[in-house]
Design a protein around this ligand. Structure first.
Ligand code: FAD
Length: 375
């Protein structure tokens, strides 16, 4: 079976990895492989710290994906001979001011309502675990099961593994012959034939495909090199500073990833105000940030849906949609890749997941019939 995966972000690449290792012929089509949201992502795998009220259908998928991560990473290493930069030490969530402790209280109540283990720390206990934290933090929580992966290391390994299958071009149209999916047309006019097309295009759209109810939620990301080149922190530190979220994620090479801004202003460029706030808030929690050197500042859009739950559905025979991963695409990857590969090869998802992940949940039970123009 020849399957075309359109989009080489983390979702398309991991899906193609599953398909190739299962013995299918696959092509991955993308003019800018791993250059979208996956390029910016901090890579926090945070089913506990990222839980918010009202996400009762998403939360089990987050927990399942996090549990599957160690095996997913081991399998990538076994097959490719390269190990992604995956770290399984705990995440600290820190309140900067006394007023920010309320956010910790709310998080703790939510965790307890879901039956999750919670661990409160005094500021002094958090500093004992992470000495670079500011002396005057107001409190903290520790999440032993919230880990992290460097998405760039993961996508680079998958891209090397899929090198021969990669087509570096934009797909503009899903093609049919006698009503059956037959391939895609590329921007150059070339046609790539296949029995099944997987749309893992993030926010990208193709003619001949259903219109997807997605919204871009921009995030600004800063990469720093701590002074002296030594890692400043060992744990992922998520913080609340004057009720604003901020996170600092340490990479194995000593660099630090800072983020948390969330903008729906339609502006793809880095926002200076958001950048200023991120740096200020990060420095409030970890003062050593002020001595670091700037490596990179970028912005990318998270592909969001109305309910923050992804769309994974075979919308017609031979056409599978897999997108809308919003702020959890890196976390959800092991689950998403397996589910998407299952649908691409004719299988079914469990009934409850079919309902949760369907495109038709946004359209009153119908699939949108109007093909859209490519963007
Ligand atoms: C600032 C920021 C921080 C984040 N942090 C985290 C985090 O800590 N943890 C977490 O789990 N998630 C995080 N996310 C979310 C995560 O990055 C996304 O959910 C995930 O990367 C989505 O992956 P994707 O493969 O669906 O999309 P993308 O990575 O955007 O990939 C889509 C690909 O499709 C290609 N494409 C589009 N249209 C076409 C076309 N017509 N033809 C061919 N190719 C096409 C694009 O070039 C792109 O490479 C973050 C996102 C952002 C922006």
């Amino acid at each position: 079976m020849h399957i075309l995966v359109v989009g080489a972000g983390i979702i398309g690449l991991a899906t193609a990895f599953e398909l190739k290792t299962a013995g299918h012929t696959v092509n991955v089509i993308d003019p800018d492989p791993a250059g979208g949201a996956s390029h910016a992502a901090a890579g926090m795998l945070a089913p506990a710290a990222e839980t918010v009220w009202g996400q009762h259908t998403l939360h089990p998928l987050m927990v399942q994906a996090a549990a599957d991560y160690p095996q997913f990473i081991d399998r990538i290493e076994a097959i490719t001979g390269e190990r992604p930069d995956y770290r399984d030490n705990a995440t600290l969530v820190v309140a900067a001011e006394a007023a920010d402790r309320q956010a910790l209280n709310e998080l703790e109540s939510l965790q307890q309502s879901l039956g999750l283990r919670t661990e409160r720390l005094l500021g002094s206990q958090a500093r004992a675990a992470e000495p670079a934290l500011a002396a005057n933090i107001a409190g903290a929580m520790r999440f032993a099961d919230d880990h992290q992966v460097d998405p760039r290391s993961l996508t680079a390994i998958l891209l090397r593994y899929l090198h021969a299958e990669l087509v570096r071009e934009q797909a503009i149209e899903v093609l049919r012959e006698a009503g059956t999916i037959s391939g895609v047309r590329l921007a150059s006019g070339r046609v790539v034939e296949g029995h099944c097309v997987v749309l893992a295009t993030g926010l990208g759209a193709l003619a001949g495909a259903p219109e997807l109810p997605l919204r871009p939620v921009y995030g600004d990301i800063v990469r720093l090199r701590p002074h002296g080149g030594r890692p400043l922190i060992e744990h992922t530190v998520r913080g609340i500073v004057n009720r604003r979220p901020v996170y600092l994620v340490p990479r194995r090479d000593g660099s630090l990833v800072l983020g948390a801004s969330s903008r729906e202003d339609g502006r793809a460029e880095v926002n200076i105000g958001a950048l200023h706030t991120l740096l200020d808030d990060a420095r409030r929690l970890v003062p050593g940030v002020a001595d670091a050197s700037l490596l990179e500042v970028i912005a990318r859009a998270r592909p969001g849906t109305e309910d923050d739950v992804p769309i994974i559905e075979r919308v017609e025979q031979g056409l599978v949609v897999s997108t809308g991963y919003f702020r959890h695409g890196i976390l959800l990857t092991p689950f998403a890749a397996k589910a998407t590969a299952t649908l691409a090869t004719g299988g079914q998802l469990p009934a409850a997941q079919q309902t949760t992940l369907s495109l038709s949940r946004f359209t009153g039970g119908h699939l949108p019939a109007q093909p859209v123009e490519a963007t």
